[in-house]
Design a protein around this ligand. Structure first.
Ligand SMILES: [Zn+2]
Length: 345
């Protein structure tokens, strides 16, 4: 009797310790399972002398009730914990506060940003046209931003780009052309067909048409006998596919150090049928991107022989093109997290 009494005390002590460490399933298994400690102790009763049976029976049943009660309590705690909302430190409101905005927010499903959706649409058009995709970097160096693109040190055209610089001389890309030299080397020798999507930054005042941060998709195509008319046809094709309409197009002169000749690609305004509206500034035409034949120096810098190969490149603003397609009149909306705006797309 002395031994069995001590055994019950031992089981209780070990259960109290386990209660902190184990989950309710493991506790149930260890103490109340088929070979559980309490189950075994209950079986002991058959080997106890009959006059001691009532005392032992009472003790072992008290222990059993104690174990069962504690396990039920643990299950209950677990349910309460599971039903409590989890803390989300990124939530734009106090998640512990049971307010109306909180329940409204929880009932909403997130979705992709309009710009992400439009960029994906554009990239899938380029993929179907046979272009590889290589994303640009968000921090780069002077060589890729300028030198490899035929802007030697001190070149006045560097000033056109309002470039942000870090204290240790790195630059935030002001255009996705920073990837041209890398792409030509990576995908060369020609034929090369690649688009380079990425985020760009310019240190300029913001207004309805300008943002310090925006997105571009650069295109690079190099092969034997590539001409300006190949460029015009390629750009016209993807713009028509993206804007889902036939376009009148023209090119006009521009200036970039990394192309020769340099062009501005202009489309007939698809909204007013070129009769003039607010989107085209009442001119009937929209200047949509810079483009041109890749400068021989840029090809040489990427170990491509300009005597043998020629190519074209373009760079357009995804934000700008998406604004035209979606009818958004202020670029700044795209970087604000205004749900009333974002839910429209
Ligand atoms: Zn128009």
């Amino acid at each position: 009797m002395e031994y069995t009494h001590k055994n019950l005390i031992h089981i209780k002590t070990s259960f109290t310790k386990d209660l902190e460490k184990l989950g309710y399933k493991e506790l149930k298994e260890k103490y109340l399972g088929k070979k559980g400690l309490v189950t075994e102790a209950l079986k002991e009763i058959t080997s106890i002398p009959s006059k001691e049976k009532p005392i032992y029976g009472k003790e072992v049943n008290t222990l059993k009730t104690f174990v069962e009660d504690n396990i039920s309590e643990k299950i209950q705690e677990n349910r309460e914990y599971a039903s409590k909302p989890k803390i989300d430190p990124t939530a734009p409101f106090d998640i512990n506060e049971d307010s109306q905005i909180y329940s409204e927010m929880l009932s909403l499903e997130g979705s992709k940003h309009a710009l992400t959706k439009e960029a994906e649409r554009l990239l899938s058009i380029f993929s179907s046209m046979g272009f590889d995709i290589l994303e640009s970097r968000q921090i780069d160096d002077d060589y890729n931003m300028f030198q490899s693109l035929n802007f030697p040190k001190g070149h006045p055209a560097r000033d056109m780009y309002d470039t942000f610089r870090t204290e240790d001389g790195l630059v935030l890309p002001a255009h996705t052309s920073t990837m041209q030299n890398r792409a030509l080397k990576k995908f060369g020798p020609p034929p090369i067909a690649v688009v380079l999507p990425g985020r760009c930054f310019r240190n300029e005042a913001t207004d309805a048409g300008h943002e310090h941060t925006f997105h571009q998709i650069e295109g690079v195509y190099v092969d034997k006998n590539v001409s300006l008319s190949n460029m015009i046809a390629t750009i016209k094709t993807y713009l028509e596919r993206y804007l889902e309409t036939n376009l009148k197009v023209k090119i006009q002169p521009a200036y970039f150090p990394f192309t020769e000749p340099d062009c501005e690609f202009v489309i007939g305004c698809p909204f007013c049928n070129m009769s003039g509206c607010s989107t085209c500034g009442h001119s009937g035409w929209i200047e949509i991107m810079g483009c041109g034949m890749i400068h021989p120096n840029v090809l040489k810098e990427a170990d491509i022989d300009p005597e043998l190969y020629s190519g074209f490149a373009w760079g357009f603003g995804v934000d700008r093109l998406a604004m035209i397609k979606l009818g958004i009149d202020d670029i700044r909306y795209l970087r604000e997290s205004n749900l009333n705006f974002l839910r429209q797309f």
